[in-house]
Design a protein around this ligand. Structure first.
Ligand code: UDP
Ligand code: MG
Length: 164
């Protein structure tokens, strides 16, 4: 895969969906010049016992596996399954790193205006969007959320006006 076809996994979380920010987020990636490769709208189910998420669906568990021992993990799984999410794959030169810059910091309080988290949210536990943090985790997350046949490759007619 050439550098220009690097891919990242971006998801609008349930709060971003409820707050009507899907279009705004898609717009930012699209206007930047990145190409949409895949998109699906889904709600992940979690088994709850006495207000605790005891067995999240494999997808979410796997997605946040690195954070499973953190104190906020049960709340995070509950939050991520509390409503639909918009899962997407975007493609382009350095899209993983640039995507993270476009998102802002994990804590919206540390995110600059102009970034998605800097512009649209306040608390770390309601930070509206997910973006892969490395090329390796992007590949893992993309294969977790999408089947290979759901990824669409196409040549944008704007390509030569975006890349020199
Ligand atoms: N999170 C949280 N409290 C924290 C840290 C993280 O609720 O103190 C949530 C938040 O939704 C964050 C997600 O866990 O986006 C994943 O954490 P990570 O450190 O991977 O941040 P991200 O990659 O999303 O910026
Ligand atoms: Mg992360």
């Amino acid at each position: 895969m050439s550098a220009k076809t690097e891919r990242t996994f971006i998801a609008v979380k349930p709060d971003g969906v409820q707050r009507g920010l899907m279009g705004e987020i898609i717009k930012r990636f699209e206007q930047k010049g990145f190409r949409l490769v895949a998109m699906k709208f889904l709600q992940v189910c979690v088994l709850m016992v006495d207000q605790d998420a005891v067995a999240s669906e494999d997808l979410l568990k796997q997605h946040y596996i690195d954070l499973k021992d953190r104190p906020f993990y049960p709340g995070l799984v509950k939050y991520m399954s509390s409503g639909p999410v918009l899962a997407m794959v975007w493609e382009g030169l350095n899209v993983v790193k640039t995507g993270r810059v476009m998102l802002g910091e994990t804590n919206p309080a540390d995110s600059k205006p102009g970034t998605i988290r800097g512009d649209f949210c306040i608390e770390v536990g309601r930070n509206i969007i997910h973006g892969s943090d490395s090329v390796d985790s992007a590949n893992t997350e993309i294969s977790l959320w999408f089947k290979p046949e759901e990824l669409v490759s196409f040549k944008s007619c704007a390509q030569q006006w975006i890349y020199e």
